[in-house]
Design a protein. Structure first.
Length: 169
């Protein structure tokens, strides 16, 4: 039986998933225990002509693109998100003053407002961990967190410190 190392298999699956699925299907469909030589392998896996010698270069280029995107996201975290997060924390910090004023006035929803502020603070903390501290696995997760943070800030678009660059797209 022909063996393939884990790294090569993972690169094949990442870069050529359809080919990997076809090869796996063909390998599972072949039942005999005949010795493996080149002709037998070509007969069992007839799609070898679809493989590319450029796959290592493509995988390296993919890793380079992802690394560049992560660096750009890290730079953006320093320049944009830290200011946006500071803005949100200041607005959330103003919330308890308004909540206490409502409680003093005898409004019954002051506990609800406190819970809402705590939930908002937790969301901002989580989004900060993704955007500033790099707690994400895929670039898509970073983009989603960026959008959610901008949505949080859009509730304060009336504020004088709100910046147009923070508008959700």
């Amino acid at each position: 039986m022909t063996m393939i190392n884990r790294g090569t298999l993972l690169e094949l699956i990442r870069n050529r998933p359809l080919l990997a699925a076809e090869l796996l299907g063909d390998a599972l469909a072949s039942g005999g225990e005949e010795p493996i030589d080149r002709e037998t392998l070509l007969r069992r896996l007839p799609r070898l002509e679809l493989t590319s010698t450029d796959e290592p270069a493509m995988a390296a280029r993919y890793r380079e693109i992802v690394a560049n995107a992560r660096r750009a996201r890290a730079h953006q975290a320093e320049t944009v998100f830290e200011g946006l997060i500071a803005f949100l924390r200041a607005r959330i910090g103003e919330g308890p003053d308004q909540t206490y004023g409502a409680a003093d006035a005898g409004k019954p929803d002051s506990r609800k407002a406190e819970r809402d502020l705590a939930a908002k603070r937790d969301r901002v903390n989580f989004l900060e961990s993704v955007l500033v501290n790099g707690l994400y696995l895929a670039l898509e997760e970073h983009a989603q967190a960026e959008h959610l943070l901008k949505l949080e800030a859009s509730a304060y678009n009336w504020h004088t410190d709100y910046q147009d660059a923070w508008q959700p797209e």
